[in-house]
Design a protein around this ligand. Structure first.
Ligand SMILES: [Zn+2]
Ligand SMILES: [Zn+2]
Length: 614
């Protein structure tokens, strides 16, 4: 089955679902019903009637009836006025609105209309003529299967019997055309695959993903919380979460300082002058929180650390002898985000604590410095157990002129990066035409539990900003030159990376990162003095990898509860090492170590070594 056939099947199912809804609720008014990833949806207005999950069975049953009838999808065409008459007769006000727009705008605005309708199917002959500047009245295509006709561009499966396997999954509110001033409709979603087996596999993955969702795991494991009083998109790190974040920060700083990065700290607030100089004020102002003080000075919450670091560059660098210079910061930034886009730790307003660095280089240094960046990526990801990743190198499409500045500099920079990737042996794909405006970039790509490609980090070469902000150095001949800047964040933001790691590990963070690494569980009170001895041993353990001088974090559960209950609770909190201590262990001077991989006896005097090796 190819993608087009699958698309046609999913699309046909949207018709069939609308048809079934119309059979069950004849007053239903329909909006748009596009294909989305792995399935389809349709926006439906049922007035006061609310569809709930309890209705899914009967809708699915009605869909199966239509599928079993094996109606063919018949195409027909009407002139725009005839089409409008059809929509009015059918009491479909949303279709009337779409057709009226079409009639009024003709073909000139078809592409904008397309975007505004979020993937709605425009009637035949429209999107293809999107660049036609002549307003024209067009024919509109319709498809009919059995007793149901819809305004549509196609394509469809041959008949309703040929649509594979499907399942309705959820219903959510959606404003007509995405505008909150418009009526709210109900968006009914379905999944669809070519075979039942593929559908079942995907449903299983969804279940697994739900269990791993960091928005569920995070609060459940006391990592972070969202408070309505504080506001959406402003997660509060709880003690356990802050422990993890701090360990990640210390680890990154350790690795970076080993490689001669210089740590700095810059304020969260900056005067508008800085962002005017950097260009952010004009290009980026919609994404920045703006504040005005009592002296009418305008400040922004910083949306990125770059311009602040560039000020430090100016102070520190005079000549080529001062390069390369790598400035690093755990930079706390804030971004204005719409409430609807916020998600757990992954999409927040702030703080976004970036593992940020700017490496200032001469063009000759770019390749080697970039190899060093790739080495650090590898070192860090190996430590984090992230193995399934690859790079995407984005270069500009030179034919389309979508880049700023001098073409030769771009070409050389792009070539240096490509060479660096090859020499390092990085697995990478090239994506032409996707570079940022200011330089080539690489993204680190991985797949989430559902197999969907996701970026976890990015690194960009900045060619333009040194010009815009007039950053210079003097070369060996005494001439003024512009540096190149490597922007890189290996972990992206710490919060986002924690969300990613929680999902990847299903909450079982690696031993060194677990907020509570060890819990001692007693079988009864006769072992209390032995527990004291174990405490003394654990207090003396200082882990040396991957973060050096990291004391062990442990607690003791001596409550008068059954061992079974204590184990269940410790496991629910995903504590990687549970030390079970009973009278027999005391006698043989051992502990029973329970980890995810099983249970084993370890002698007390070997416990420190055992933990170092985890
Ligand atoms: Zn259709
Ligand atoms: Zn930057």
């Amino acid at each position: 089955m190819n993608e087009d056939q699958l698309y046609a099947m999913r699309h046909s199912l949207a018709h069939i679902m609308a048809q079934a809804v119309q059979h069950l609720w004849p007053e239903a008014k329909f909006g748009v019903g596009p294909v989305v990833e792995n399935g389809f949806y349709y926006d439906i207005d049922l007035g006061e009637t609310k569809i709930s999950e309890a209705d899914f069975k009967k809708i699915e049953k009605e869909m199966r009836t239509i599928i079993n009838k094996d109606y063919t999808f018949e195409r027909s065409e009407k002139g725009i006025d005839e089409a409008l008459e059809w929509a009015r007769d059918a009491k479909q006000p949303y279709k009337v609105e779409l057709l009226n727009d079409l009639k009024r705008e003709g073909t000139t605005l078809a592409s904008e209309l397309d975007a505004a309708m979020m993937g709605m199917e425009l009637p035949a002959g429209i999107s293809g003529a999107a660049h036609d500047s002549v307003k024209s009245v067009v024919d509109v295509s319709f498809y009919t299967d059995g007793d149901f006709t819809d305004l549509c561009r196609g394509p469809h499966a041959e008949s309703t019997g040929k649509v594979g396997a499907f399942k309705l999954t959820r219903v959510a509110g959606a404003y007509w055309r995405g505008n909150e001033k418009n009526p709210q409709m109900q968006r009914l979603y379905g999944l669809a695959f070519a075979t039942q087996e593929e559908l079942d596999n995907y449903l299983e993955l969804l279940e697994e993903a739900k269990k791993r969702d960091h928005r569920v795991l995070g609060p459940q494991l006391d990592i972070y919380m969202i408070s309505d009083a504080v506001g959406a998109g402003l997660p509060l790190m709880m003690p356990r979460g802050e422990t993890v974040k701090d360990l990640l920060i210390r680890y990154m700083r350790q690795e970076e300082e080993k490689r001669d990065y210089k740590y700095v700290e810059t304020p969260v607030l900056a005067h508008e002058n800085l962002y005017e100089r950097s260009g952010h004020a004009s290009y980026y102002s919609d994404d920045m929180y703006k504040l005005k003080d009592d002296e009418d000075q305008v400040f922004y919450l910083k949306p990125m650390n770059c311009p602040h670091h560039h000020m430090i560059y100016e102070k520190l660098v005079e000549s080529y002898r001062d390069l390369p210079l790598a400035l690093a910061e755990t930079g706390r930034i804030y971004r204005k985000e719409l409430s609807g886009t916020l998600s757990g730790l992954i999409r927040v307003r702030g703080p976004i604590s970036q593992n940020d660095s700017h490496i200032y280089v001469t063009p000759d240094q770019l390749k080697d410095e970039f190899i060093r960046v790739l080495e650090l990526f590898k070192e860090v990801y190996d430590t984090m157990g992230v193995t399934d990743y690859w790079y995407r190198l984005s270069l500009p499409d030179f034919k389309k002129d979508k880049y700023g500045g001098d073409k030769t500099v771009w070409e050389q920079a792009g070539e240096s990066i490509r060479q660096a990737m090859r020499e390092f042996g990085a697995e990478f794909v090239e994506a032409e035409g996707e570079a940022a405006f200011y330089g080539p970039k690489i993204d680190v790509q991985t797949r989430n539990v559902l197999g969907k490609e996701d970026s976890i980090a990015t690194s960009q070469i900045d060619i333009l900003v040194p010009h815009r902000m007039d950053l210079n150095y003097v070369d060996a001949h005494g001439d003024k030159q512009k540096p190149l800047i490597i922007h890189r964040a290996i972990l992206g933001s710490y919060e986002r990376f924690m969300g990613f790691l929680l999902e990847k590990t299903a909450g079982w963070l690696p031993f060194w990162l677990a907020p509570e690494q060890i819990r001692i569980l007693t079988i009864n009170d006769t072992v209390m003095d032995y527990v004291d001895e174990i405490n003394t041993v654990l207090s003396g353990v200082v882990l040396m990898k991957p973060l050096k001088y990291n004391e062990v974090r442990f607690t003791t559960d001596v409550r008068n509860e059954s061992l079974g209950k204590k184990i269940r609770e410790a496991t629910a909190m995903k504590i990687p090492v549970q030390l079970i201590v009973g009278p027999k262990d005391k006698e043989s001077r051992e502990v029973s170590v329970r980890t995810q991989s099983g249970e084993e006896k370890v002698a007390l005097d070997k416990l420190a070594d055992y933990l170092q090796a985890l």
